[in-house]
Design a protein. Structure first.
Length: 336
């Protein structure tokens, strides 16, 4: 089994947090989004993952090495491919064409999920979906009476279905997928100006491939700051339910209260403060005389004499005396 992870964009909706790192490397409960995604897919695959192929922009050697380590953490080989132009989902996947063979999962790296099933690898194709209130921003599927997928519609302007494609797909035959993606590019077949995976899926369906929906228990988006903070909240609850250890033994608490669920990384220092619930503090974060709830504070950040909620504070950033809702990037300082 292979996992193909397109993640080429820097994530404009997540600025300033994506000015220095790509969005999939922003931490959720202490681990990068893409690492959480790869680990969760590996758990539901039901078989060994042999390779994880990442399709990225030119993010640099440090990012590439960290991605290879993520693949190795699930016992797989890590491969790096580049998408230098944002030409659509089909184009992004095809950038990894040398890895598109055999059974594989394609997973776009701006989403997480909660699931309690094992992938049925006997199916020709599985498209993971979730029912949503407003399907217009998403690709959606329509089902027949047997529960098989009959249509793929990209960002419908009129209601056709409320089953949104969450960005995770299983293909039993990766070579077939590669050929159908190549057909789109060779014949310049676009939808809304881009090469779309949904067009390849429609062509495969018309040639007899049976696609079935895969239902997740919960779909967690990381598209913008507020969504990512909420995902961190739900993921902390999920990890707490699983009984995972969330507080490092090297964390130091002095005259402080921690309200679970909270993630505390290595060498975190909390002094005269209240932290939680739903807070993640990265390694070496320092919190003094503050109250923090429902927030992500990244590595080596300092929070002093303030109240913070529904916030993201970047690596090495400093916040002093500024209350409430923040989105502060790496190495920034905010004082009042």
């Amino acid at each position: 089994m292979k996992i193909i992870v397109p993640m080429a964009g820097m994530g404009k909706r997540m600025r300033p947090h994506t000015l220095t790192v790509p969005k999939p490397l922003i931490p959720i409960a202490g681990k990068p989004i893409v690492q959480r995604l790869v680990e969760d897919i590996a758990k539901v695959c039901g078989e060994q993952v042999d390779e994880v192929a990442f399709i990225i922009g030119r993010f640099g050697e440090t990012v590439e090495k960290s991605l290879v380590k993520i693949a190795e953490s699930v016992g797989a080989k890590g491969s790096i491919y580049y998408q230098d132009e944002p030409l659509g989902t089909a184009h992004a996947i095809l950038c990894a064409k040398d890895s598109l063979s055999g059974p594989l999962v394609v997973a776009f790296a701006d989403t997480l999920f909660k699931a309690d099933f094992t992938l049925d690898s006997s199916a020709a194709g599985t498209i993971w979906v979730q029912r949503v209130d407003d399907p217009k921003p998403f690709g959606v599927v329509k089902l027949d009476d047997q529960g098989q997928i009959t249509d793929f519609v990209e960002k419908p302007t009129e209601f056709v279905s409320d089953l949104a494609i969450i960005g995770i797909y299983y293909f039993q035959d990766g070579d077939y997928l590669r050929d159908e993606l190549q057909y789109l590019l060779d014949n310049d077949i676009k939808d809304k100006g881009e090469y779309q995976l949904t067009n390849a899926l429609e062509n495969m369906k018309n040639k007899g491939t049976t696609f079935v929906p895969g239902r997740v228990t919960e779909w967690l988006d990381c598209g913008n700051k507020d969504a990512t903070v909420f995902t961190n909240q739900r993921y902390l609850e999920y990890l707490q339910e699983r009984g995972e250890k969330l507080v490092s033994e090297s964390a130091i608490l002095t005259n402080s209260i921690v309200i679970p669920p909270v993630y505390l990384g290595e060498n975190v220092k909390i002094t005269d403060s209240v932290v939680g619930p739903h807070v993640s503090l990265g390694n070496n974060a320092n919190v003094r005389q503050s109250v923090i709830s429902n927030s992500i504070v990244q590595e080596s950040a300092t929070v002093l004499n303030t109240n913070v909620t529904n916030s993201m504070i970047g690596n090495h950033a400093t916040v002093t005396g500024v209350p409430h809702d923040l989105s502060l990037g790496d190495y920034n300082t905010l004082r009042v």
